[in-house]
Write a protein that binds this ligand. Structure first.
Ligand SMILES: [Zn+2]
Length: 207
């Protein structure tokens, strides 16, 4: 239907992106065609660079250009506390508060029967691996003493925190949940720094 099969190919690719319908894809493709050539190629190059140079940290699951990531190897950070979050954006949110100096663990989502996200889809096995004491064959030095459950305060995030607290209970660690300073139903990444810092400071033991 287009006079160019390349234009059609581009639209086909754009339509695969989240929340991009056919009309938006068309508009974006035509925009890229009309935009200065350097701008369009810069976008192509940025996509290539991010795919070639950025990967997931095999320890915490955050995005990184080096594995393990700087947050996992920084000797200034407290290796006895791990903050469990849903997404890499949540790590950014906590880092912005400047109040957390421990390590992170990114799950890659939250439990949601509706979207079909089950425990196997999240990095829970990797978390258990990090918590396994060395005498049990764990690679980590068994240093972790507290796990902060910092999943989002919405239905899926609460379900995930509950699931993890039950799972971690027998390990004899301190398991805490961030306080309700963050409004229920919201995403951590949109919380302001003060609210997030308070939620972290007000964390309580999970019963
Ligand atoms: Zn890492």
């Amino acid at each position: 239907m287009y006079s160019s099969k390349y234009l059609e190919l581009l639209i086909e690719e754009l339509v695969k992106l989240p929340s991009i319908g056919h009309k938006s894809a068309q508009r974006l493709a035509l925009h890229l065609l009309r935009a200065p050539r350097e701008d369009a190629l810069r976008l192509a190059e940025a996509i290539r660079a991010v795919r070639e140079r950025v990967a997931f940290c095999t320890v915490c699951g955050n995005f990184t250009e080096q594995d393990p990531c700087p947050l996992c190897v920084d000797p200034e950070r407290d290796s006895t506390v791990v903050c469990v979050v849903e997404q890499p954006v949540d790590v950014l949110a906590f880092e912005r508060t400047g109040r957390f100096k421990g390590r992170y663990h990114v799950l890659g989502g939250a439990l949601s029967p509706l979207d079909g996200t089950s425990p196997e889809d999240l990095r829970i096995r990797e978390l258990l691996e990090r918590l396994r004491p060395p005498e049990d064959g764990g690679e980590a030095a068994g240093e972790i003493r507290e796990v902060i459950l910092a999943t989002n305060p919405n239905v899926a995030g609460e379900a995930t925190a509950l699931y993890l607290s039950r799972l971690l209970e027998p390990l004899g660690l301190r398991v805490t949940r961030i306080a309700r300073g963050v409004p229920m139903g919201s995403d951590l990444e949109y919380s302001d720094q003060v609210t997030l810092a308070r939620a972290l400071e007000g964390r309580r033991e999970v019963e």
